[in-house]
Design a protein around this ligand. Sequence first.
Ligand code: NAG
Ligand code: NAG
Ligand code: NAG
Length: 698
Amino acid sequence: MAKDENLPLFTTKLAKGRILFQFYSLLIFVGICFIFVYRLSHIPAKEEPRRWAWMGLFFSELWFCFYWFVTTVVRWNPVYRNTFKDRLSHRYEKALPGIDIFVCTADPVIEPPVMVINTVLSVMAYDYPPEKLSVCLSDDGGSELTFYAMLEASRFSKIWLSFCEKFKVEPRSPEAYFRTAVEPLGEPVMAKDWSTVKMLYEDMKKRIENTTKLDRISEEISKEHKGFKEWIFVASRRDHQTILQILIDGRESKAMDIQGQTLPTLVCLSREKRPQYHHHFKAGAMNALIRVSSRISNSPIILNVDCDMYSNNSMSVRDALCFFMDEEKGNEVGFIQFPQAFENLTKNDVYGSSLNVLMELEMPGFDGNGGPCYIGTGCFHRRETLSGQKYSKIYKADWKRWSNISVDDSTSVLEETCKVLASCSYEENTQWGKEMGLKYDCTVEDVLTGIVMQCRGWRSIYFNPERKGFLGVAPTTLLQSLVQHKRWSEGDFHIFASRHCPFVLGYKRIPLKLQLTYCMNLLWATNCLATLYYVIVPSLCLFRGISLFLEITNSWVLAFVFVIIVHRAYSLGEFVWFGGTFKGWWNDQRMWLYKRTTSYFFGLLDYILKRLGFTNSAFVITTKVADDDVSQRYEQEVMEFGTSSPMFTILATLALLNAICFVSGLKRVIANVETLVWEQFALQILLCGLLVFINLPI
Ligand SMILES: *[C@@H]1O[C@H](CO)[C@@H](O)[C@H](O)[C@H]1NC(C)=O
Ligand SMILES: *[C@@H]1O[C@H](CO)[C@@H](O)[C@H](O)[C@H]1NC(C)=O
Ligand SMILES: CC(=O)N[C@H]1CO[C@H](CO)[C@@H](O)[C@@H]1O
């Protein structure tokens, strides 16, 4: 027994096959050296017309090479983590800390209330002492409908939580559970409860959907709770007072489910919004939640999830605590990031949104190089890191310190005192949004906040269990996917070009390899230049009859062919290894091209325009629900273009351009078969042909 006391709560394993990867990197490196030797020794003379086009190509290749180097650094040393939850509960079951869970929603149309409450119910049902959990929903839409759904959910939770507890069901989002689980006909006791609970859930869902469809709350419903009176004073979703209702007050175990078990605290918050104040989107909501929860429960650990990401594993909280509470390494851990996984993916994943390689390889690589970035959802934080504290060697977590919340105030007094914390003017002349809480003024506030935390000395951990902790909904049209990437790439580049750039802020604070690792994402936007060049100029030159590459009979060609083939073969191997298919990989390549030529391009353009003071930041939420038609096409893996957009204009123009150049190039070659023109143009035609082929869906 005594020996067991000293065992760690988690282990870290290095990835297998690193030698193989290092060998592959060496091969590519040698290939690249050959290419550069060729390039440098064959610069066209000054009077040649193709000199500038040729130089451009050379610079693009330099860029690709740099980016390849960055991605190699990322992959060099991935680590995988494992937790021992039995040791945790053996040592600390009585002393587990409280957990505050934040769920953010912003729009009742894009993020339907039924989806929101499923997420809320799934996190309320964590396998954890309920009196230590408190769930807080931030509704930035200020919607009565969401509030109504939450009220229904608070009632249904009494049944649902005891059902989960009794039969240990998984997953604990009722929607996902009843969709995936088979009826337990073999077990009469469970079967009876199962059908009752299912019926109650379906009824509730119908009531909520009915109300959502009507788009208003009926007289009878509004009599059911005092909270609805608040909406009398709501002018619009951008102009209203703070609405804060504690739907379940879990302090002192006052609230109970039908089995007499206590329930977690459940709070519904719409922070104050006024037109004259900037509300700072999700970062603003999170900061309001941090303050309000510090008054209500003040738990030392905070989990935040997006409203479309339900918990698929009721043990995730315990997993996270294994890191925070580890005696040896736990104190320096600032946050624990879980992967973003999706349940709505088709087999071949037309929009390349599975993020498999990112989540299974690149994020562990991040972790190995010094700690993953914060991706805004599915992340456990220590409260101190969010409130801006620096890590110091003498820091030691004191889990007991946190448990002294006031229990004297009645629920309504508590509500009143919390409202001030979520008012617009509260943050004036404070460090909120700057040194405290999430950072403002960036479209990827999460990544930025993560970098700053790491620079303050906190370590972050990436935990990717076999059974995913959180499951969300992936974009189902091309436009959604592209717009999402535009926002990311723009915000990422904004960080890179600001004083928060990892090389500047992180200098001597985080390891160099982590600074480089960050470049992979932060430099997404700049990728567009080299890619656009490669997609446009060689094709145009082909059209004009200017040869840019070397003749196919030249032996230097081998270096190019070698690098391209080995590099792509590796990428295919990697994709398939992490659960993809060949077709999925092909789709991913296409999305790679599309993202670089549109999302990243617009991201970069928007960044520059904003810098020059032309446009205002607009945070576009991607739609979370699809209508039937779109879903059907999505399931058949037909590309859905959504509504028209300048992005598609670019895609179509590029596709057309390449098609025309391809045809004219072929014509030129066929017309001059005997003069060996084809040797000069073979590579250009191949490149152009490949682009035409990949663009077939357009
Ligand atoms: C939903 O609305 C329809 C009519 O719009 C009504 O017939 C039905 O009874 C309602 N269902 C519930 C559960 O309220
Ligand atoms: C979600 O949880 C269920 C069990 O409840 C499991 O079978 C499934 O594999 C999980 N999904 C993912 C993507 O891990
Ligand atoms: C938003 C969306 O497309 N949801 C779909 C996710 O997948 C399930 C099952 O395939 C569908 O039922 C949902 O409509």
